[in-house]
Design a protein around this ligand. Structure first.
Ligand SMILES: *Cc1c(COP(=O)(O)O)cnc(C)c1O
Length: 421
């Protein structure tokens, strides 16, 4: 469910007509709904109400300070994967003890900053990283709370580029070696083992792969406790998928996910942590664009938009589908025509959709990419020297620009000319 609906023939973001924002800010532009963000965060929070838990928003999905602040004020923790994200979380007012640090290649500088600044736990991804955390913790005299990310070798049944829980993926340590690695962790100075971490992938549309992974985590919890480790927390990662189109079957709801966690892990007495990203922000954001041209090609028609792959790379990178709808509500029963919907960038990959049925839209009309909130603006670039796409946050009948579109002057001034030129 989201808060982007047609009202009086116009697509609205909550109570604000999308066309009004486009007129004020220009296009392309990302628009987020506060109500949708908070609704999704609360769904997860309530789904785990049966026991102690913390929902750590995986901020790599959308990391604008205004989004982080909205979620932080609602009580969210954060899952960060870089020193930059750690700095963002702290700047949004998230205390260190609500931040978990994930990621396969934490640098020594990042580890040190998080340790000194305060961190709930490091999710350790490898033995060399474990040694680095131990070294630094011992050197600065602060004990480092750690979980170890185990790779359960289950098939997440998602796109290969976002599956992380198979043995051939770079993530975590093989679950079969976990007891050995935990024994090493317990012997190293500076580390305090607090739990287990697992994350098997993104955009999962079934509960079964999660269930398989969590069952393995439950067995491992018992085994590690027998070995004398304190397993107090289970970090179960993120990955629950969202409906990208209304025509497919919807993925499981957070409520069902929470219930499944309870069934598999509820009797272990652990604090549950989850790291949802996409499900919190995905349907809370749209990308609004204007049609520049309708070009008639040979055997196909192109709609050329002012948004491109540099603004939303998901179709090019993951073959992702986004519903694309006109901002002015089409009449019911209107005849649709097939279009290839593309951006102006000089790459064939700059194609958002092929042979997509669309109601009549033409030059000057606005269209909205639905479900664009996650892995949208955060992956945007200035390729083709197209200004970094701006972001707007709506709350009821108010909206605010939360990231300005830079001017060409600002873009050019970021470079510097060496003295010899
Ligand atoms: C990307 C990621 C997440 C979030 O995944 P979503 O599919 O956006 O929910 C959570 N945890 C880790 C470790 C990740 O890498």
């Amino acid at each position: 469910m989201d808060h982007f609906l047609y009202r009086n023939g116009q697509l609205h973001a909550e109570d604000v007509p999308v066309a009004e924002i486009a007129a004020a800010v220009g296009t392309p532009v990302y628009i987020y709904s506060t109500a949708t963000l908070l609704r999704h965060f609360r769904l997860f929070d309530e789904a785990l109400d049966w026991g102690p838990h913390l929902v750590c928003y995986a901020m790599k999905a959308a990391s604008n300070q205004a989004i982080l602040t909205t979620l932080a004020q609602a009580g969210a923790g954060m899952d960060v994967v870089s020193g930059g994200e750690y700095a963002r979380a702290r700047a949004a007012g998230v205390p260190g003890d609500r931040i978990v640090f994930s990621g396969v290649g934490k640098t020594r500088a990042e580890i040190r900053t998080a340790l000194e600044g305060g961190i709930r736990q490091f999710n350790i991804e490898s033995e060399p990283e474990m040694e680095a955390v131990s070294d630094i913790a011992a050197a600065v005299g602060i004990s480092a709370p750690v979980t170890i990310r185990v790779n359960p070798d289950v098939d997440a049944k998602t796109h290969a580029k976002i599956a992380t829980g198979k043995s051939e993926n770079k993530f975590g340590i093989p679950i079969a070696r976990a007891r050995e690695v935990y024994a090493r962790a317990a012997a190293l100075p500076g580390l305090r083992v607090v739990g287990i971490d697992v994350h098997i992938g993104s955009q999962l549309t079934q509960l079964e792969p999660f269930r398989q992974a969590y069952r393995k985590v439950a067995d491992l919890t018992r085994a590690l406790r027998e070995d004398g480790h304190d397993i107090l927390r289970l970090d179960l990662g993120g990955g629950l998928g969202i409906p990208y189109t209304r025509s497919n079957e919807a993925p499981p709801l957070p409520t069902d996910y929470g219930q499944m966690i309870r069934e598999e892990l509820g009797d272990l007495g652990c604090e549950i942590e989850i790291e949802p990203g996409r499900l919190i922000v995905g349907n809370a954001g749209i990308l609004v664009s204007q049609v520049i041209y309708h070009k008639q090609g040979e055997g196909r028609d192109f709609l050329i938009l002012d948004a491109a792959m540099n603004d939303l790379i998901r179709p090019a990178m993951y073959d992702a589908h986004h519903d694309i709808v006109p901002v002015v509500e089409p009449d019911t029963g209107v005849e649709q025509a097939l279009f290839d919907i593309v951006g102006p960038v000089c790459e064939t990959g700059d194609t958002f959709a092929r042979a997509r049925p669309m109601p009549p839209v033409g030059p000057g009309d606005l269209v909205a990419f639905r479900s664009a909130g996650a892995y949208g603006a955060v992956m945007a670039s200035e390729y083709n020297t197209r200004a970094l796409v701006p972001e707007v946050l709506v709350n009821g009948d108010q909206f605010a620009v939360i990231r300005q579109r830079p001017s060409f002057d600002e873009i050019i001034k970021r470079d510097s000319i060496p003295a010899w030129l």
